[in-house]
Design a protein around this ligand. Sequence first.
Ligand code: MAN
Length: 550
Amino acid sequence: MKTSACFPLVAILALGAAVVQATVGSTPRGVSPADAKLYVPDNHGQWKCLDGSKTIPFSAVNDDYCDCKDGSDEPGTSACGTGFFYCANIGHVGSSIKTSRVNDGVCDPECCDGTDEFDGQIHCPNICETVGTEAKKEQERVRAIQEKGSILRKEYIEYGKSAKSQLRKELEDLKAKIDELQKAAVDAKDKLDDVNEKLENYLEGSKNEREIARKAQLVPLIEEQTRRLKRSHDAKAFLLKSLQDLKENHNKNYHDLAVKSTVTAFDEFVASQGDEHKSEPLASTEDNDGSDSETSADERLKTLTDDTHVVQREIGTLYDLLAGMKQEYNTEYNDEAVLAAVKITEEFELNWDSDRQEFKDELPLDIPAEESDDTPEAEKLKEETDLAQADYDAASSEESRVEDRISDIERKLEMDFGPDETFAKLLDQCFEFKDSEYTYSFCFFGDANQRSHSTTFLGKFSGWGEEGKKYNTQWYTGGTKCWNGPERSVKLELTCGESNEITSVSEPAKCEYLYKMKTPAVCPVLPESEQGPSTSEPKDKNGAKSHDEL
Ligand code: MAN
């Protein structure tokens, strides 16, 4: 139609606006602007419940009688109680409450405009202006933290990514040179074994030479000492025989006390000698040139000297028996056996020094000092060994250092540092929280402890938290077992903050600890346009310094 075709555009727009206005204007009480389009009657003034269960006249909406199963026909009364009542809260943000709370005589805080109580029972003032202002302030505060946190989190991410890629590069380099280092250590070890063997052989060889020379030096002394030992054995045998003759042949009728006590002491002496002493231990003198393969010439000489001293002490004892008798015996008896023994004693003392208990003509042997093995050749070989040892130590410690670093890098590369490697920055950073009784601490990805007089281990990092908020929770488990309870453990809950800080620690169940912590690591990553100027990271309130290397 021409007329309509010519209907001015302004008029069409004005009409449209009027229709929308009419629809909005007739939106039933308690319906949110988003749902307004659902509360429009059909051409016959009818309306269908939102669950489609029933069609009722649109005039029955909010007639304080519940028609629809889902309660959708009574959004503005408590007749159904199951639907939702929308309060616009102008000046703050709109919100919905259960319709059962409409006109229940309580000013619901969710409806700061007071529209949920309109039947006059109670007056709920509209406090949306104040609430809105407060909420806005809080929002701004949170937003400011998120902005600062976001900047730091981005720094963490940058750090984590670059640290991991540096580690990958370093790992590649180290792996490329580890074979070489291992070979260098093996070569150095071979060299060391080689020079060690040379030195040992040299010392062994020179030891043999020195021993042969020493033997040659000591042979005359060994021969002399062997002769002395033999002489002592002979003298001892001679004195034993003399005393035996005395014992057997003296006249027992005289009862000479001096003789009797000598004989008794002689018997005791004989009894005190073990069987081995009864035979003459002179077999060892056969090997008198010191050529024994096991013992050195020095040892041989020492054994001979010691043996001689033992026999000489025995000679001393036997001689003293005879000398004592010689002083005390009764000369009037003229007992031939006794006189013979006295004669023997007198002859013996011509050669015997009873103070030193040695033969008078036997002066101590002059034993020359041993030669040392410090030859220039040995010194040179020792120096070479020391150098080879130092080379080997250096090569092997370099090999271990690189191997340790490789394992360390591999471990770090496998670690889950959260989305975009955010938490790499916090690796091994430690934080504390003091309450009235304990100081609680933990190091990221390390250990958690509780300290008072002593330190109690609360657990070791064992993984990230529950599904959904995986990277907002960490677990530290396997701590010291609680008396009559579980092993101690820590749940670390993280929320966005502009610095790293443990804000509280509690023990909700025995030996199960809850650390609450603020950290930039879980702040939202805001687009550049929404964040303030970049600042460097502030010092953490209760924690450690940041570190530059992963
Ligand atoms: C210690 C602390 C406490 C814990 C008890 C359990 O006192 O570790 O936190 O509750 O042991 O016996």
